[in-house]
Design a protein around this ligand. Structure first.
Ligand code: PGA
Length: 252
């Protein structure tokens, strides 16, 4: 059985005090609610990771970083390495978020390097990808997604590929309030699973968790999560309010 996952991407939100408060509220909300088949992940900013790790230690909540540099170390002012993350006790990282691709010029090639570095350092990777509106309008969305997967991930060996969690996030649905319909999500997730099966075999494809991201809210989570190829969500805006995030977790 694939794990169900609800992950909150906090982006550039929450100072130290706000981080502590939100963690406390989420912990209270999910206490004894999470079954063995479900994972809850939060991704605060780099500077608050250490606090987040300490404050979630005895809970069901896992902590992820939102990004990481591809190099081992060196003269890269302002950057954070995989080793810095793992030395905090962290074992999860988000890579390829559309905001990283759009505002920081992260390409499929660069992401392929980052993924390799993450896995070499035993960082399980939540790999994000998805088409922009023009791709969808011109019916190129399957091609774009296929390319993002192949160029960003398909260099991995079978063994490593199973340490990836996928997050399909159509860019037109991120932070816009516009959600892809449950049918559009299912259609794309099924396509993604088939694409993986073609290269890595059915067994790998069946085991990989594919999350949906893009304006997931308590009101629409249940329907999206009920689709057979949807294994959870990557939540942005609604992950910043404990009540909403907990409601989304419960709806899985
Ligand atoms: P959103 O963000 O839920 O605010 O649309 C999702 C994401 O960026 O991962």
């Amino acid at each position: 059985m694939r794990k169900k996952i609800v992950a909150g991407n906090w982006k550039m939100n929450n100072n130290l005090d706000e981080t502590k408060t939100l963690i406390k509220q989420i912990k209270k909300g999910v206490k004894k609610q999470i079954g063995d088949d479900t994972r809850v992940i939060i991704a605060p900013s780099f500077v608050n990771l250490n606090t987040a790790i300490k404050r979630t230690k005895k809970s069901e909540i896992e902590v992820a970083a939102q990004n990481m540099h591809q190099s081992k170390n060196g003269a890269y002012t302002g950057e954070v390495s995989a080793d810095m993350l793992t030395s905090l006790g962290l074992n999860l990282v988000i890579l390829g978020h559309s905001e990283r691709r759009e505002y920081f010029g992260e390409t499929n090639e660069l992401l392929a390097e980052k993924v390799t570095t993450a896995l070499e350092n035993n960082l399980e990777t939540i790999f994000c990808f998805g088409e922009v509106l023009e791709d969808r309008k011109s019916e190129n969305h399957f091609k774009v997604v296929d390319n993002q997967l192949k160029e960003g991930l398909f260099h991995l060996k079978k063994r490593d590929f199973s340490k990836i969690i996928l997050a399909y996030e159509p860019v037109w649905a991120i932070g816009t309030g516009e959600t892809a319909s449950p049918e559009q999500v299912q259609e794309m997730h099924a396509f993604i699973r088939t694409t993986i099966a073609n290269d890595y075999g059915g067994e790998v494809a069946e085991k990989i968790s594919i999350l949906y991201g893009g304006s997931v809210k308590p009101a629409n989570a249940k329907e999206i999560f009920s689709k057979p190829d949807v294994d959870g969500g990557l939540i942005g805006g609604a992950a910043l309010k404990a009540d909403d995030f907990v409601a989304i977790i419960k709806s899985i």
